[in-house]
Design a protein around this ligand. Structure first.
Ligand SMILES: NC(=O)c1ccc[n+]([C@@H]2O[C@H](COP(=O)([O-])OP(=O)(O)OC[C@H]3O[C@@H](n4cnc5c(N)ncnc54)[C@H](OP(=O)(O)O)[C@@H]3O)[C@@H](O)[C@H]2O)c1
Length: 331
């Protein structure tokens, strides 16, 4: 069977380009005992992959040069040498960007196509959904009537955070980079106010959207947007540091507002987290998210690009804000 893979061709300086990736033909491996051969159906592209393109140690090791990029996939079992899976099963796991891959049984989890569309395993019922669930509820404990500000509000994590905050009875203010995205947040997800950070004066717009200040801030982007939110926090505010995408392509860290004095006088809490910290509670998260989905309380959006060769372009689109909801590649 013809196989293809995508490798890290070079490390980016600043904003990555398609030249940092290389697509090549490769052989299809044979599964051994305890392994399965899978055909990739959907690939997930995620902002954290940008950090893995640098030769710098982080919470996950960097991608090696001239090695296959890996990430979340949904795949179909083609050939199985384990009792755990059979041909035709739909599975998810962290696998290489390949058309066909061999994986060990313990690297994969079955996806039940009867429960929800299989793409949700990479989105609202997968890593981004769990990030929203634990990053908001565990860190910020939002209460009815409180004001919750969400940056990166129209992305995979942000759309879920906005809706969970609404389920909890909060006033939700979403910040996103286009009027189309903000219309979706207002009309489909029923957030209370939105700000287009590319066209508005963010400080003024935030002050107008948060007349009672900010109790909870879910930070997906960092930078000047977060500086502006910090100036409005209330006594006892909780800030969840989920992502800092505005800084991922900077070659030198910029220094912004120093938050400590604001946190001090407001007795406020700011905490970073990595979703894997919550691995022992993932089943709880997936069950609750699945229940909200089934009850119609939770919606999700997907931006699906077709074609394996377009995976690098889909990844780069995250930094240009091309996605509304979860960015996926249909192979
Ligand atoms: N802590 C964790 O474990 C964890 C897990 C998953 C994700 N994350 C983080 O959570 C954030 C969201 O992830 P996601 O998967 O849901 O991605 P996403 O929000 O679906 O996609 C990225 C979005 O970020 C926005 N963006 C890009 N460059 C920006 C900039 N310079 N300033 C402001 N916004 C910018 C774009 O939307 P606009 O059109 O609005 O600009 C883009 O659509 C990322 O920072 C990611 O690293 C953290």
């Amino acid at each position: 069977m013809q196989n293809k893979q995508i490798l890290l061709n070079s490390r980016p300086a600043g904003m990555p380009t398609t030249d940092n990736f290389r697509i090549e033909n490769t052989v299809t491996p044979e599964p051994k005992d305890g392994e399965v051969l899978v055909r990739t159906l959907y690939l997930s592209v995620d902002p954290y992959m940008r950090s893995r393109m640098n030769d710098r140690k982080s919470y996950v090791p960097p991608f090696a040069l001239n090695e296959v990029i890996s990430g979340g996939v949904v795949a179909e079992v083609v050939d199985s040498r384990t009792a755990n899976f059979q041909a035709g099963d739909i599975v998810t796991g962290m696998l290489g960007w390949r058309l066909l891959s061999v994986a060990k049984a313990e690297e994969l989890r079955k996806v039940d196509p009867r429960l929800a569309p299989i793409t949700t395993a990479l989105g609202v019922l997968g890593m981004p959904g769990l990030t929203a669930y634990f990053g908001l509820l565990d860190i910020c404990n939002p209460q009815a009537g409180e004001t919750v500000v969400v940056s990166g509000a129209a992305g995979a994590v942000g759309t879920t955070v906005c809706q969970i905050a609404k389920i909890k009875g909060c006033r939700v203010v979403g910040i996103a980079g286009s009027d189309e995205k903000n219309a979706y947040l207002l009309n489909e997800l029923h957030v209370d106010a939105t700000i287009n950070y590319k066209t508005a004066n963010v400080k003024e717009a935030l002050a107008a959207a948060c007349p009672n200040g900010v109790d909870v801030y879910f930070d997906n982007v960092g930078g000047e947007i977060s500086d502006a939110v910090l100036l409005l926090i209330n006594k006892g505010a909780r800030i969840s540091i989920c992502g800092q995408i505005s800084m991922y392509n900077l070659e030198r860290m910029d220094v912004g507002l120093r938050p400590q004095p604001l946190l001090l006088v407001k007795s406020a809490m700011m905490r970073g987290f990595i979703v894997i910290d919550y691995a022992p509670r993932f089943a709880e998260g997936v069950t609750q998210l699945g229940k909200w989905l089934a009850e119609g309380k939770l919606k999700y959006a997907e931006n699906i690009i077709e074609g394996f060769e377009n995976t690098p372009r889909a990844f780069l689109g995250l930094f240009a804000g091309e996605n509304l909801g979860k960015q996926l590649v249909k192979v």
